[in-house]
Design a protein around this ligand. Structure first.
Ligand code: NIG
Ligand code: FE
Length: 416
């Protein structure tokens, strides 16, 4: 298979007001490095064969051949294509009814316990064909692209049976996402009597062998009413032995041991952390596990925000993601998440940019080619509609994305 963009016409984005990219070369960035963004003014980005060939000042632009397509960057700034490292974008149906019930006072946990919530999306997703799942995910991926996301992860977890879990993973692969197997998302109705232990047995014996051929990582919902730490350990240990990276949904509603387990298993990430206290913050910060913060989800459910400042100050590696899903975060916009990071998590625009580029790419094991604007990286670029790149976070829910370049091609442009 030819890599995306290979053999395509070179593209020069010229006269950019700013090119802004996380400084340095290593990943993840943490501590003082998290806020270090290199900004080059009056600059260009040159793309060829799907890669970035050069980034530099306009005064250093070398003479180029006639075959180069040029894009006028005046009044715009460039940042790396955004990386959404935590979504549940492959789902059928919606939960607008539940949204209205929540507005009238019902809680997310109550709806889940009454057989709604995740399980209502499971019913809709089981009823969809694989071709329908692909079509739905293509639509969601187009929404994400318009918001500047050039790389996305998506989880299964709305099948909870062999056939639908695998169909979700294949659909994610087909649409170009990074597939994560979230078999342990909820206990499905057919296992209600036998319970979560029997369901984990089934996942490991009947689904894992094929899921491990498609997915890159495994994830679990470690939470009261879902899976406990022992069940999560058993599921994730089997997944790691099958070659999958390990991730956890943890500390969303209760601190139930997700951070110690993530550290014990060498997890790639532990995600949510709305209920993480001082001991968890300290332990996570001293580890190699990335904490993925999901402020759109906390906002959507009117939950406390994760302790972002404490994590950053203690030197944790943090990433930001949307958690895009029909129940707890019907939101595909990373620029909006960056706004929430600044207004609700009290991070700086620089922290937010690094957290949804280089550090999110690290969570997806792609930091060697995604998340920075530098020669040799994939030519994924967001052109921000202002001469100061920080408008990406500043303009709350505004039309901040002017154009999106993926693999060196213009993949989306805002209507003039
Ligand atoms: O990350 N918390 C568990 N899973 C998702 C929500 C899924 C849903 O409500 O459909 C989350 O918030
Ligand atoms: Fe999630």
């Amino acid at each position: 298979m030819t890599p995306e963009g290979e053999g395509s016409q070179p593209l020069l984005v010229r006269d950019l007001a700013q090119v802004a990219t996380p400084a340095g070369k290593s990943a993840p960035v943490r501590g003082a490095d998290l806020g270090a963004i290199d900004v080059l003014e009056d600059a260009f980005v040159l793309c060829g064969d799907g890669r970035i060939e050069a980034v530099g000042s306009m005064r250093d632009l070398p003479p180029l051949g006639d075959d180069v397509e040029e894009l006028d960057g005046r009044g715009l700034s460039a940042v790396p294509g955004l990386v959404d490292c935590h979504t549940h974008a492959c789902f059928a149906g919606d939960r607008v009814e539940e949204f209205a019930l929540r507005a009238a006072g019902a809680t997310y946990e109550e709806l889940h316990a009454a057989g709604g919530g995740i399980l209502s999306t499971v019913r809709a997703t089981r009823a969809a064909s694989e071709a329908e799942l692909v079509a739905i995910l293509e639509r969601h991926a187009a929404w994400m692209l318009r918001a500047g996301t050039t790389t996305f992860e998506a989880k299964s977890g709305y099948g909870l049976d062999r056939e639908t879990e695998l169909a979700q993973l294949r659909a994610i692969e087909t649409v170009g996402g990074a597939p994560t197997w979230l078999g342990a998302h909820a206990v499905p109705p057919e296992f209600a009597e036998r319970g979560p232990d029997a369901y984990v047995d089934f996942l490991v014996a009947d689904v894992l062998p094929e899921a491990a051929r498609i997915a890159e990582a495994a994830d679990v919902f470690l939470e009261r009413g879902a899976f406990d730490a022992e069940q999560a350990r058993r599921y994730l240990t089997a997944c790691a032995a099958a070659g999958l990276e390990v991730r956890l949904h943890g500390d969303q509603f209760t601190e139930s041991g997700a951070i110690p387990l993530a550290i014990e298993l060498g997890a790639r990430s532990v995600d949510h952390l709305e209920k993480t206290g001082a001991a968890g913050t300290e332990a996570l910060s001293a580890s190699d596990v990335t904490g993925v913060l999901l402020p759109a989800s906390a906002l959507f459910l009117d939950r406390p925000m994760p302790p972002a400042q404490e994590l950053v100050e203690a030197g944790a590696a943090i990433a930001l993601a949307t958690d895009f899903n029909p129940g707890s975060a019907y939101c595909e916009s990373l620029p909006l998440v960056c706004s929430l990071a600044c207004t609700q998590l009290r991070l700086s625009p620089a922290h937010a940019l690094a957290a949804c580029t280089v550090n999110a790419a690290h969570v997806l094991a792609r930091a060697d080619r995604k998340g920075r604007l530098a020669a040799g990286f994939d030519a994924d670029v967001v052109l921000v509609a202002d001469d100061d790149w920080r408008h990406l976070a500043y303009h709350l829910a505004g039309p901040v994305v002017h154009s999106v370049i993926r693999a060196g091609r213009i993949a989306w442009s805002s209507p003039a």
